[in-house]
Design a protein around this ligand. Structure first.
Ligand code: SF4
Length: 270
């Protein structure tokens, strides 16, 4: 297990990752959830907490999590409906969020959601956190590009298997399909970030036709791709691991357990 004190990182920006002088916002944003010039200093936050990163290359790293509220997608399996289907939370000043992160004494902060790239204020929050010397991971579905540089873009493209039922949620089913896979937006997020990882939630081996196509189009290395089973119980993850892990071993993709469920169970604040 990697502790935060053992983790080293660099804030040095290469030309490849440095932002441009003009604002870059691509992707699809709901008018209802888009930031405005009137609330530029606050963000709607559903929760903040200190925990251990349970997924991906920083698994085991003590981190401060800031979960924004609001999402432009509606995955049927969303495990944070309080930040997507029914977004709740309080408007918190960005300065306060930075102070809270610094007070933890941790090096790592994770901006998650919901969709943290949805509010325009995320750009300022990310910049101020990095100015304070923190390593910033952004966990995003990759459908919105902002002019910001983060240390780790953790992109979780939403596959066909994520689309909500068209009978139950006709509007969201259509919007979700339209928005979920803008390859050029994801590629831009990767290019402006210091480091990246791509995470997919898999329900069956049939999903790999789409995964392989997305990985090809994104032009990312197989060892930057993390495959996670769908499931919010240890039993479900164990069952999926029996067929999914061997498949990942064969393809070169990395199998990704959800350690937070093993450590804490499926509950908020972990
Ligand atoms: S993108 Fe993430 S937060 Fe949004 S609905 Fe899907 S799983 Fe939930």
């Amino acid at each position: 297990m990697e502790s935060s004190s053992q983790t080293e990182f660099s804030h040095a920006e290469s030309d490849r990752t440095r932002g441009t002088s003009h604002d870059v916002v691509r992707g699809t944003i709901d008018d209802a959830t888009r930031g405005t010039s009137h609330d530029v200093a606050t963000l709607k936050i559903s929760e903040t907490f200190q925990s251990c990163q349970g997924e991906g290359k920083l698994t085991g790293t003590d981190s401060f999590f800031i979960r924004t509220s609001g999402c432009n997608l509606r995955c049927h399996f969303c495990d944070t409906p309080y930040a997507s289907w029914n977004p709740t939370g309080d408007q918190l000043p960005i300065d306060q969020l930075v102070a809270m992160a610094v007070e933890t004494g941790l090096q790592h902060v994770v901006l998650t959601g919901g969709e943290p790239m949805l509010p325009i204020q995320i750009t300022s929050l990310c910049e101020l956190l990095r100015d304070a010397g923190m390593h910033v991971t952004i966990e995003t579905a990759g459908t919105i590009d902002r002019e910001l540089v983060c240390d780790l873009a953790s992109i979780s493209p939403k596959l066909e298997n994520s689309t909500p039922d068209s009978q139950q949620h006709p509007r969201w089913s259509e919007l979700h399909q339209q928005r979920r896979m803008p390859i050029e937006v994801m590629r831009s997020v990767i290019d402006r970030s210091i480091d990246h990882q791509i995470k997919f939630v898999v329900t069956s081996l049939d999903d790999f036709a789409e995964i392989n196509s997305v990985v090809r189009q994104l032009d990312v290395d197989a060892d930057a791709v993390w495959i996670m089973p769908e499931g919010v119980t240890i039993e479900a993850m164990d069952a999926a691991a029996s067929w999914l892990k061997p498949y990942c071993d064969d393809t070169g993709y990395r199998y990704c357990d959800r350690m937070q469920i093993r450590w804490f169970g499926n509950r908020r604040g972990t």
